[in-house]
Design a protein around this ligand. Structure first.
Ligand code: GRF
Length: 194
């Protein structure tokens, strides 16, 4: 079967993008990254993509009058690349319901908490403040409600007594880098089941 054509949307350093790039490089992996889009021109992840010979595009939301034309530009770029799946990887724009509905079942995200715990920002600080025993990450399908949607893969890590938000984030990130490629593989191997 042809490899699943994947686009990755980023806004920053792109360590999850790197994990996806590395996974796709493995012989026999059922997906390939055909395009990386960033809404931030100097996002570090763009260089990671370019180093791997992957096409990149900057679509700066500030160049558009509102979310709808920005999302139309995203949609046009994704269609032009014939993307079959879109992975949000540290993409820091909320996508509106019309865009999400257009891509529903083909749009996934990684979030640094064990959803439904801690949707939104500052997940690690909130887990520590609550005295949570475990933190983790979730790869899920995107639905119009933010950080909701069917879970594909989750992994947990312990919260240690001396953790700061930074040390916990670093521990969670190591499992993010395993979960996102696994989720991509599961989807690519089970096409049509979304
Ligand atoms: C990750 O923690 C991810 O879960 C969240 O944003 C962060 C992105 O990091 N959505 P990176 O750009 O992939 O390194």
């Amino acid at each position: 079967m042809a490899r699943l054509r994947v686009a990755v949307l980023i806004s920053g350093r792109g360590s999850n993008l790197q994990a996806l790039i590395d996974a796709c490089r493995a012989p026999g992996f059922p997906a390939e990254i055909v395009l990386v889009i960033s809404n931030v021109a100097d996002a570090g992840g763009l260089e990671r993509a370019q180093r791997s010979g992957i096409a990149t595009q900057v679509i700066d939301h500030r160049g558009f009058q509102g979310r709808e034309p920005f999302e139309d530009a995203l949609d046009a770029a994704l269609r032009a690349a014939r993307a079959e799946l879109v992975c949000l990887a540290g993409f820091m724009r909320i996508l509106t319901a019309p865009f999400v509905t257009r891509w529903q079942g083909k749009l996934i995200n990684i979030h640094p908490s064990l959803l439904p715990k801690y949707p939104g920002l500052d997940t690690h600080a909130r887990a520590i403040a609550d005295g949570a025993a475990f933190a983790g990450c979730t790869v899920h399908y995107v639905v119009p409600e933010v950080d909701a949607g069917p879970v594909i893969v989750q992994a947990s890590v312990p919260v240690r007594p001396d953790d700061t938000a930074e040390t916990l984030a670093a521990r969670v990130l190591t499992v993010e880098h395993r979960c996102y490629p696994l989720a991509l593989q599961l989807i690519a191997e089970n096409r049509g089941d979304a």
